[in-house]
Design a protein around this ligand. Structure first.
Ligand code: PCA
Length: 326
């Protein structure tokens, strides 16, 4: 009798363990740096929901937006080290680490959605290889809307930017400031409203999306729609965390990522139009750049491309050649 009771409890224990295995849930943290209402962040939440549904709750991804888990420049390292299993970065932030990351942050190299997609195709195999070496994988990437200039005063040419406190978010946006004689101050999106309110900066180059997110219309009056480049965000995953998932879960993540990439591109295009309208609605002057300003910025772009090719070496040249093929 004693023996039978023992074996029954052993069976019960075994059942409990196997039921646990079937219901085993993996939890991931996904760090992002932009506000929850931003289209990239909304897309991340939908991505997490899609994964949840497709895996019947086996993989739960919590999105931590607005730099609440890690600040923008720290997210890549956090994913690499596994402090966050996944995270969203902006490639252009990492240009000093490896020039190829910065290609989509160069003014006028790829300055429309079509060109941006083309540049992404050329960058992607190189970036995937580099990230794999760094212990990470690329889940998906989505471009920000085209970048324009926000100022307090009207701009006729780049000379009007001389001495102005210019908020930069990347090495390239700092370099633009240097080349036009402005004073670059690096401030990430999460701190932009405050930097403007306290007078730390008085102009920036970014999208209509960030203009609306950070309420730039509260302190700035003009937006020049220069459509200079479309920097890309990318969602990275820690390779060990991904490899630890079973095959169906991995497939669900990849499928949700592919959907998010397509959905994000469409959202970016729509947000571009909607936010420029909103800025106008909030009383900003949304204007095309003057021919002089355009010509001045084109010169800046030419210098920066030349500098970039020198630093990026043969790999950079190969990237530009692939991108330039019809
Ligand atoms: N918004 C982000 C990056 C590019 C953009 O449009 C920012 O200003 O930080």
């Amino acid at each position: 009798m004693q023996r039978r009771i023992f074996s029954l409890s052993a069976v019960a224990a075994l059942l409990a363990i196997s039921a646990g295995a079937v219901n085993a849930q993996t939890k991931w943290d996904l760090a992002s740096a932009y506000p929850a209402t931003n289209f990239h962040s909304e897309n991340l939440v939908q991505f997490a929901n899609d994964v949840d549904k497709a895996t019947a709750g086996k993989l739960k991804i919590t999105v931590h937006s607005n730099a609440s888990l890690f600040k923008a420049p720290e997210i890549k390292r956090a994913v690499q080290g596994g402090q966050a299993q996944a995270g969203e970065i902006i490639f252009a932030n990492f240009q000093n680490e490896w020039q190829i990351y910065g290609a989509d942050g160069l003014p006028f190299l790829a300055d429309s959605y079509d060109e941006s997609v083309k540049l992404y195709k050329a960058q992607k195999p190189l970036i995937e290889k580099k990230l794999a070496e760094q212990g990470m994988g690329l889940l998906y990437s989505v471009a920000w809307p085209p970048q324009g200039i926000y100022t307090k005063k009207a701009l006729n040419s780049a000379a009007d930017l001389k001495g102005i406190k210019w908020r930069a978010y990347s090495p390239a946006t700092s370099r633009i400031a240097e080349l036009v004689g402005a004073q670059p101050v690096t401030v990430q999106a999460a701190e932009l409203s405050q930097a403007l309110a306290t007078g730390v900066v008085e102009s920036t180059m970014t999208s209509g999306a960030t203009g609306v997110d950070s309420k730039l219309y509260e302190s700035l009056k003009y937006y020049y729609d220069t459509q200079a480049w479309l920097p890309k965000n990318a969602v990275l995953v820690n390779k060990k965390a991904f490899d630890a998932l079973d095959k169906p879960t991995q497939d669900a993540v990849l499928k949700a990522a592919a959907d998010a990439e397509a959905r994000g591109l469409a959202a970016s295009k729509k947000v571009n139009v909607d936010t420029l309208e909103k800025l106008t609605g909030f009383g900003m002057q949304v204007l095309p750049p003057s021919p002089q300003l355009k010509a001045d910025l084109k010169k800046v772009g030419d210098i920066m491309l030349k500098e970039w090719i020198e630093k990026a070496g043969p790999e950079g040249k190969a990237l530009i050649d692939t991108f330039s093929k019809p």
